[in-house]
Design a protein around this ligand. Structure first.
Ligand code: ADP
Ligand code: MG
Ligand code: MG
Length: 501
């Protein structure tokens, strides 16, 4: 197993072969030396526990409801994974462009509604979100202050060397806090192990995701302009990734003196009301910013009360992160529509920006229009080349491999194929494979893996004023090469950081 075999050979312009060689030597020297790895793992795990790089342990019943009970280190990669710096800087350069794109798409109600018209008929969850969107439009609710905490995810396509976008998350983009901690951990381990790893901490780029997310929440709070107000985090009743969330709350208070309260949607409807100017109150507390870390999945709405809560929040004057329009702009169907010829031109004037954004689009196809038949047949013939995606978030929802054929055949047969509109089809990206030490629940293993890069970004607008538009750190997620899905919370991937080459 060598890292040198992981990337395209020298001469493609992507990475220098010699750099990979040097890097692989350091790592391989440890593959052959189990005691060294075990010592490094012990250091990683104690560091994680001491620095809050932790999640709730699924085997502990109360670990998802009571902070401080049943903690375990976050699943992690022992060492950072190699990644070409050109691709990293390209992804960073795209961040402010995608922020602006989301904002502009969110303001184009006609585009959103037309693009999602067929999806609406086939997918009841999207339909409910669109209902709320319509009510906001009908009631003329102003969304002057708009806050985005986004994460655009990419994979490096091995065949072409191109950086391709997997998806853009506009709601509940997670791991800003734990992601930046993993970077600190990796830098610590490299320094701690001295020459033995063959790695240099300076090649692991700084990661300020947690601080930058807290900054954006604080600036939105400031724009709203009520010093008494709190930030409301909408959470799930059970959340094993709660420490990623608590970190942001702590930073918000320590750096800005702003308090954050946590409520589920069912608590919101029980305790929430609108004031005479549609201000949001939870009990007696006025809320200036609503930050959703729940509400992106149908499971978050077990009854009508949760939908009532969502509507109440959207009708309020509080800044919503995301507001319903931002939420819809992050739909996979919108990603696919934006990739159609001529559509980006609707949102950008600058041709160079259009070229940059378009260059990271993978093949994306709608399944419901007149021309879809050909691509459906192609995907049935060659399912390995595609991923079938519904309008869902949070991992574990997509279809891969032979299941793509089966599902497409079944969807075509049922109800005249109307169900197809709930999905999009995407080119499957095959990233380079590299070895990594994966650590789960205190146990390490060396596996062939692939990585997915997430670039966080923050955006804040108040009317005509763009208050904030920037890249905000990164998250690398690494998973065994033969696994389809990639979520950390869903149990597929580990948290990782970059070793730039
Ligand atoms: P979600 O919103 O549920 O995270 P994603 O589109 O990110 O949905 O898909 C989940 C995971 O599936 C990704 O993290 C990635 O590992 C894998 N995946 C998604 N799209 C592709 C693709 N086009 N090629 C390869 N893997 C993909
Ligand atoms: Mg994803
Ligand atoms: Mg997503």
């Amino acid at each position: 197993m060598t890292l040198a075999s992981a990337y395209p050979p020298a001469g493609t312009g992507l990475v220098k072969h010699s750099e990979l060689e040097t890097l692989s030597q350091g790592v391989i020297s440890q593959v052959n030396d189990e005691p060294v790895v075990s010592v490094l793992v012990a250091e990683a795990l104690s560091w994680s526990s001491l620095h809050g790089l932790v999640v709730g342990n699924t085997s502990h019943e109360r670990s998802g409801t009571i902070p401080g009970v049943g903690l375990v280190h976050a699943p992690l990669s022992l060492l950072p994974s190699p990644f070409p710096w050109q691709a990293f800087s390209q992804a960073i350069e795209l961040a402010p462009l995608f922020n602006r794109l989301v904002d502009r798409v969110s303001q184009d109600a006609d585009f959103l509604r037309q693009a999602l018209a067929r999806t609406r008929k086939a997918d009841s969850f999207t339909a409910r979100l669109l209902d709320i969107h319509l009510q906001i439009l009908d009631k003329g609710v102003k969304q002057e202050i708009r806050l985005g905490l986004h994460r655009s995810d990419y994979m490096l396509d091995m065949a072409t060397g191109n950086l391709l976008q997997v998806e853009l998350n506009t709601i509940s983009s997670s791991f800003a806090a734990l992601g930046s901690l993993v970077t600190s951990l990796h830098r610590h381990l490299i320094n701690w192990s001295g020459d033995r790893s063959g790695l240099e901490a300076k090649n692991v780029p700084e990661n300020s995701a947690a601080d930058t997310f807290a900054e954006a929440l604080a600036l939105a709070w400031k724009e709203y302009g009520d010093n008494r107000a709190v930030v409301l985090m909408v959470v799930r009743e059970e959340e094993r990734n709660m420490y990623d969330q608590y970190w942001l709350a702590l930073k918000l208070f320590k750096s800005y003196g702003i308090k954050l309260i946590r409520k589920t949607l069912s608590q919101v409807i029980a305790e929430g009301k609108l004031g005479s100017n549609n201000e949001l109150f939870i009990g007696k507390q006025v809320v200036s910013v609503v930050y959703y870390r729940a509400g992106y999945s149908p499971d978050d709405y077990p009854s009508e009360s949760e939908w009532d809560a969502r509507l109440l929040l959207e009708l309020s004057t509080a800044v919503k992160c995301p507001n319903i329009s931002y939420h819809l702009a992050g739909a996979k169907k919108i990603q696919q529509e934006l990739a159609k010829p001529g559509i980006l031109e609707r949102f950008f004037e600058n041709k160079q920006e259009i070229v940059k954004v378009r260059s990271c689009f993978a093949g994306l196809w709608s399944l419901e229009d007149e021309n879809s038949d050909e691509i459906i047949k192609e995907a049935i013939r060659n399912p390995e080349g595609f991923v079938l995606k519904p309008q869902r978030e949070g991992g574990g929802n997509n279809t891969y491999g032979a299941d793509v054929s089966e599902k497409l055949i079944q969807l075509r047969k049922t109800d005249g194929g109307t169900g197809l509109a709930a999905y999009i089809l995407m080119q499957r990206i095959f990233p380079a494979v590299h070895p990594a030490y994966l650590v789960h629940d205190g146990i390490w293993s060396c596996k062939e893996t692939i990585s997915e890069l997430g670039i966080f970004s923050t955006y804040l607008r108040n009317g005509k004023k763009e208050v904030l538009n920037k890249e905000a750190g990164y998250l690398l997620r690494t998973k065994v090469a033969d696994s389809n899905e990639g979520g950390v919370a869903a149990g597929y991937a580990v948290l990782d950081s970059l070793y730039l080459i």
